[in-house]
Design a protein around this ligand. Structure first.
Ligand SMILES: C[S@@+](CC[C@H](N)C(=O)[O-])C[C@H]1O[C@@H](n2cnc3c(N)ncnc32)[C@H](O)[C@@H]1O
Length: 241
């Protein structure tokens, strides 16, 4: 994966750029400072997130107990070019078996109900998550029936069961994405381009105090990861570096 900034990610006319762990951590921790129990007993749904590449999944599963989550659900999108290819999440660890039994290309649903030390090393980490998912008991992995489109019936069913939606959605679908969150009356934390503020669908929500800008500095450029082979302008590459 290489880095590039948000502007060029938009220009690339695709929706494939991935949020860094530290950016998610900074934003979420700003809410915790305000209210440490803001996520307690909540079902968090990341609906544009391949658990194998998403730092949203990684952040929320690793902080599951600290945040007091009731459940974490993530679903991925089958047409994503990194679907089932980025195995870094569990694959970096040589002691783990390769993702056995994982179908070649599917959209996936991961449900995390509990997070605890499984291998007795005294810590809870991603190895434990992998073990729990493999056991497929309290925590479950299943392929979705459809392609994982956030507007599909099966994803909407999950949306209805969730309390807070948290992700970086595809920019090309930002407006219908936000509309759906309001249609289902969901709380959410999502990443969007600053340009979205001026959209006729978005600005009235801000004006009506129904949508707020996040804690992450509005003037700050975020750096994202992109799939290998993506075109990156030199200027953006330097900025990201
Ligand atoms: C900007 S990327 C962010 C990925 C991840 N959420 C992150 O922050 O690292 C948007 C993701 O949404 C996926 N996507 C595109 N269209 C989608 C759709 N209709 N429904 C669900 N996911 C979609 C893309 O494949 C991509 O992985």
């Amino acid at each position: 994966m290489a880095n590039k900034n948000l502007t060029s990610a938009k220009k690339a006319k695709n929706d494939e750029f991935y949020t860094q762990f530290g950016d998610i951590q900074k934003e979420i921790e700003a809410y915790l400072e305000y209210n440490p129990d803001v996520f307690r007993n909540k079902v968090v749904y990341c609906n544009c997130d391949d658990p194998y590449e998403s730092n949203f999944f990684r952040y929320f599963v690793l902080n599951f107990n600290k945040l007091g989550l009731k459940q974490l659900i993530t679903t991925s999108y089958k047409p994503s070019p990194v679907a089932n290819t980025q195995l870094g999440l569990f694959g970096d660890d040589k002691s783990l078996a390769k993702s056995k039994g994982r179908p070649k290309v599917t959209a996936n649903k991961f449900i995390i109900n509990e997070a605890h030390d499984m291998d007795g090393d005294g810590e809870f980490d991603l190895k434990d998550v992998a073990k729990q998912l493999k056991a497929n008991k309290q925590n479950k992995w299943t392929p979705l029936e459809g392609d994982g489109d956030f507007r599909s019936d099966e994803c909407i069913d999950i949306l209805k069961q969730s309390d807070i939606v948290i992700t970086n959605p595809p920019f090309s679908l930002f407006r219908p994405y936000v509309k759906q969150l309001f249609d289902y009356n969901k709380q959410f934390v999502i990443i969007g381009s600053m340009n979205a503020i001026t959209c006729k669908e978005i600005f009235p929500l801000i004006r009506a105090n129904r949508l707020w800008l996040g804690a992450t500095g509005n003037g700050s450029d975020m750096v994202f990861a992109v799939p290998n082979g993506s075109e990156i302008a030199d200027r953006d590459r330097q900025k990201a570096a």
